[in-house]
Design a protein around this ligand. Structure first.
Ligand code: F6P
Length: 339
């Protein structure tokens, strides 16, 4: 009988509970292992805070946002002494393997600990959809739906007042949420870090649109686009810049260039809260079940991943490469509808 630990690390993401449920239910069904939940991400692994998980413990959580295990941005490499600071909990709980449900920061940490012997199976998690070696991450679809709903609502008020509204979405250094939500919401321009567009060009698009009788516009801005004036930002535990608010810098520049009243809505953490979409529930459940199988079967240093329609195991190292950006072809489709 092996013992599988499971933790959720880094920023939360709709679908985390579905993964925890997937890992637990599949393990119970297999009957060859037990599951132990680790509280508050890496912090709980350092401090020895665990809770037994069984079928009853994960009932009723499939559609719930957040994570029943809690999460934190604490990291054993930054805030502890690496593998040594988690080894005690592994030994005290007889953990054979830990399923780490994390974004690229947490997966990179897991990979570094694995070099010293940390037994890990990774599950990619982020609303940003930018993890290498997987086609989609759970949470992304939910974030896109929330952003699309917001765009739909902002469109009617923009139209009523003849305003330009900038809708800022998350995504860190990649423009997946902006591109998908912008396409789905019929945005008049989409600004993403991968393909910078001078603000003069955006202004030209908006002026042309207004000349053609549409006196309002929606511009989707990815939080990671270069600000007109670069400022130093604080960093999180994984060394990532804390983003948010760039649209407030872009709005006055566009207003000056166009003469159109320009307002800003920053969606922020709304995009991460609440119930996951059906797509994310299914994807997260499949990833959780697959992670349980890999863990029980003795595979280590691997990550479960969506490849086409299939769930596959890929080396954890592959997921820790350069974050995946929006491909040019997709952005060109979105650009077709600008203005
Ligand atoms: O990586 C997910 C994400 O939501 C990013 O889109 C965003 O920049 C960041 O996390 C925000 O992190 P925090 O909740 O720590 O402010």
């Amino acid at each position: 009988m092996s013992i599988i630990g499971v933790l959720t690390a880094g920023g939360d993401c709709p679908g985390l509970n579905a993964v925890i449920r997937g890992v637990t239910a599949r393990t119970v069904e297999r009957g060859d292992s037990e599951v132990v939940g680790i509280l508050n991400g890496w912090e709980g692994l350092m401090e020895g805070r665990t809770v037994p998980l069984n079928r009853d413990a994960v009932r009723g959580i499939l559609g719930r946002g957040g994570t029943i295990l809690g999460t934190s941005r604490k990291d054993p490499i930054v805030h502890g002494d690496g593998y040594q600071s988690v080894k005690r909990t592994l030994e005290a709980n007889d953990l054979d393997v830990v399923v780490v449900i994390g974004g690229d920061g947490s997966l990179r940490t897991a990979l570094r600990l694995a070099d010293d012997g940390f037994p890990v199976v990774g599950v990619p998690k982020t609303i940003d959809n930018d993890i290498a070696a997987t086609d989609f991450t759970f949470g992304f679809d939910t974030a896109v739906q929330i952003a699309t709903d917001a765009i739909d609502r902002l469109t009617t008020t923009a139209e009523a007042h003849n305003r330009v509204i900038l809708v800022e979405v998350m995504g860190r250094t990649r423009g997946w949420i902006a591109t998908y939500a912008g396409l789905a919401g019929g945005a008049d321009a989409i600004l993403i870090p991968e393909y910078p567009v001078p603000l003069e060009d955006v202004a030209r698009v908006l002026r042309r649109r207004h000349r053609h009788g549409h006196a309002y516009s929606i511009v989707v801005v990815a939080e990671g686009v270069e600000p007109p004036v670069k400022t130093k930002r604080p960093k999180d535990a994984f060394g990532f810049e804390r983003l948010g608010g760039v649209a407030y810098q872009i709005a006055p520049v566009l207003e000056e260039l166009t003469g159109f009243e320009t307002r800003v809505t920053v969606l922020g953490h709304l995009q991460r809260g609440g119930t996951p979409t059906a797509f994310d529930r299914v994807l997260a459940t499949r990833l959780g079940a697959a992670a349980a199988d890999l863990a029980a079967e003795g595979q280590r240093n691997v990550m479960v991943s969506l490849r086409g329609a299939q769930i596959a195991a890929v080396p954890l190292a592959d997921a820790c490469g350069e974050p995946r950006g929006v491909d040019r072809e997709l952005y060109e489709v979105a650009r077709t509808f600008f203005g």
